[in-house]
Design a protein around this ligand. Structure first.
Ligand code: 5GP
Length: 191
């Protein structure tokens, strides 16, 4: 997606060869016009694939996932990163290793927000090692629910997430695929 790649080139900052900072438009300040276009691009790709529900992981996935849900006119469920005292009834959980924090969290979902016959589309901001997406896959398959697609805003293609998810049979679609990066430049895999 050209507008997204242009924005990453203009405002993204590689902290090192592994972590990309995009907090001026995706993770802290949010460019809602760009997120609207992101949602429409995911809708263009996933419409007609029988998706019934969008899922994301709090918090950076919420903006692109909400715009996708709007564009596809589907409900959105946000998976939590930990249980809380008010989230006690009927939850399913799995442990996920956080790429950016290096710590573990409990990916948490209230069972009744997902229906057994749902075909779910996961939307997330980044794909790195694939831990978060594998966690979502684990929770959904535990409920007998199909993960019908994964839409990623920025994939770091030099990290193993995409291959790992495809090996599990997942349909992964990324709007920007970073081939390599360093403090001075960011290179994309062109379609
Ligand atoms: P994974 O689970 O695929 O290893 O990592 C995905 C999650 O880690 C994303 O939801 C995102 O929040 C975070 N993440 C991974 N890599 C980056 C990165 O380079 N920059 C930022 N801002 N977040 C990242």
């Amino acid at each position: 997606m050209k507008a997204l790649e242009d924005k990453i080139r203009a405002e993204g900052r590689a902290l090192n060869a592994d972590v990309l900072l995009v907090d001026s438009f995706l993770n802290h300040q949010i460019d809602v016009q760009l997120m609207k276009a992101v949602g429409e691009a995911f809708a263009d790709h996933f419409n007609g694939k029988g998706i019934t529900r969008i899922v994301t992981v709090e918090s950076s996935g919420i903006a692109p996932a909400a715009m996708t849900a709007l564009a596809m006119d589907l409900p959105l469920v946000v998976m939590k990163k930990q249980g809380s005292r008010i989230l006690t009834d009927d939850v399913v959980q799995t442990t996920v290793q956080s790429f950016t924090k290096g710590t573990k969290y409990e990916l948490t979902l209230k069972r009744h927000f997902i229906k057994p016959d749902d075909r779910v589309l996961l939307i997330d901001d980044f794909l790195a090692s694939g831990e978060a997406a594998v966690g979502v896959h684990t929770l959904l398959s535990g409920l007998g629910v199909t993960l019908a697609g994964i839409g990623i805003v920025i994939e770091k293609a030099f990290q193993p997430g995409h291959q790992r998810l495809e090996a599990m049979g997942c349909d992964v679609y990324s709007l920007a695929r970073v081939k390599r990066m360093d403090a001075g430049s960011i290179e994309f895999i062109e379609d």
